[in-house]
Design a protein around this ligand. Structure first.
Ligand SMILES: Nc1ncnc2c1ncn2[C@@H]1O[C@H](COP(=O)(O)OP(=O)(O)OP(=O)(O)O)[C@@H](O)[C@H]1O
Ligand SMILES: [Mg+2]
Length: 335
């Protein structure tokens, strides 16, 4: 089965505007901004794929190319194996594009009138239009605002209407450009659950989401790609990206042994592991929490566990502390 989305060495360069003086002095030079530089990614059907990157890294440009709004400079992009530059009409039937661009709404019309207009553009029948709008209004919690004029909406509510518009046609592949930007935490959470549970798990849709919200990416994305200056820095599941940076891992050991006995082991000159904290549990008597840093290149947690057991220390549990995606992102960008 072909990929839902595939790009092959996709690049986009935008010409930079030039002043008269520069045109006269250098008539043949063509300065450009590189928005995307050789991007090759694949997204499977039914997957939520996250595109992460600092401001200006090329996320929106990538989504615009995939949505047929911008032409690539070089390289190829396919949706369901259809070249986005060759068959715009068919691509538009499959995809939905959600962007927080308020300018594409009619400011003097109500939210409902706006949505009705976009339904008619998409040839959705009148009864279906009303049903669909009711469904989306209830999902987005827009019952009070839907019949007010768009220009009076708060930015969060404008964003909600933009999301509702992207979902009107029930698209098979959905592009979301920072969909939860300016939404309150409850609506943002509801929307993320809707994307993951209703759109992807139940209806089998494919979602490509550009976001700068790392918690959002951790919560819903199956795989992510981190781009910077238009280039891919890392791609994979969050677990895979964690493993790349994993020379040091922190483990939290829950020990059921008196703290003095534990300290007598960790203070031995031949105890080579770096203990960060050893404290009695604030919640449970006779339980000690020990945080240890393991250098994956030289040490292993199983050796430490074997050593502690050999020293008659009772281990109740051992948990690896996951590095949050936000930390991995910063590491990746500063590499
Ligand atoms: N129409 C355009 N003309 C000229 N340059 C552009 C145009 N669109 C984007 N760019 C440039 O391309 C680069 C990538 O922009 P893009 O909007 O894709 O980034 P982004 O990752 O979506 O950023 P943000 O997180 O701020 O939304 C930027 O340097 C931007 O200035
Ligand atoms: Mg953007």
């Amino acid at each position: 089965m072909p990929y839902a989305i595939e790009t092959l060495n996709l690049s986009k360069r935008f010409p930079l505007p030039r002043r008269y003086r520069e045109l006269l002095l250098h008539p043949f030079s063509h300065p450009e901004t590189v928005a995307l530089d050789n991007i090759s990614v694949t997204v499977n059907h039914g997957e939520i794929f996250g595109v992460l990157g600092p401001n200006g890294s090329g996320k929106t440009t990538l989504i615009k190319i995939l949505s047929t709004l911008v032409l690539p400079t070089t390289g190829k992009a396919f949706i369901n194996n259809i070249d986005v530059t060759a068959d715009e009409k068919n691509i538009k039937k499959i995809i939905g594009y959600v962007v927080s661009d308020e300018r594409s709404f009619f400011w003097r019309l109500t939210g409902r009138q706006n949505l009705r207009f976009f339904c008619s553009l998409n040839n959705i029948s009148a009864p279906k239009t009303d049903k669909k709008i009711e469904e989306l209004v209830s999902l987005m919690g827009l019952e009070k605002e839907i019949d007010q004029v768009f220009q009076n909406y708060s930015s969060g509510n404008k964003q909600k209407i933009a999301i509702a518009r992207g979902l009107l046609t029930d698209p098979q592949i959905l592009f979301l450009d920072e969909p939860t930007k300016s939404l309150d935490p409850v609506v943002a959470y509801k929307l993320r659950r809707f994307i993951k549970d209703a759109l992807v798990a139940e209806s089998g849709k494919t979602v490509l989401i550009a976001t700068n919200n790392m918690q959002e990416a951790e919560e819903i994305c199956d795989r992510v790609t981190i781009i910077q200056n238009g280039k891919i820095r890392r791609s994979g599941t969050i677990g895979e990206i964690q493993r790349i940076f994993k020379e040091k891992e922190q483990y939290i050991l829950t020990l059921k042994t008196p703290i003095e006995q534990i300290l007598s082991v960790t203070h031995r000159p031949d105890f080579k592991y770096k203990t960060c904290t050893i404290n009695p549990s604030p919640f449970r008597n006779e339980v000690v929490l020990m945080t240890v840093e393991i250098n994956a290149e030289k040490e292993s947690i199983s050796d430490l566990i074997e050593l502690l057991v050999g020293m008659r220390i009772k281990i109740e549990s051992c948990e690896c502390e996951r590095q949050p995606l936000s930390q991995l992102f910063v590491k990746c960008i500063n590499e």
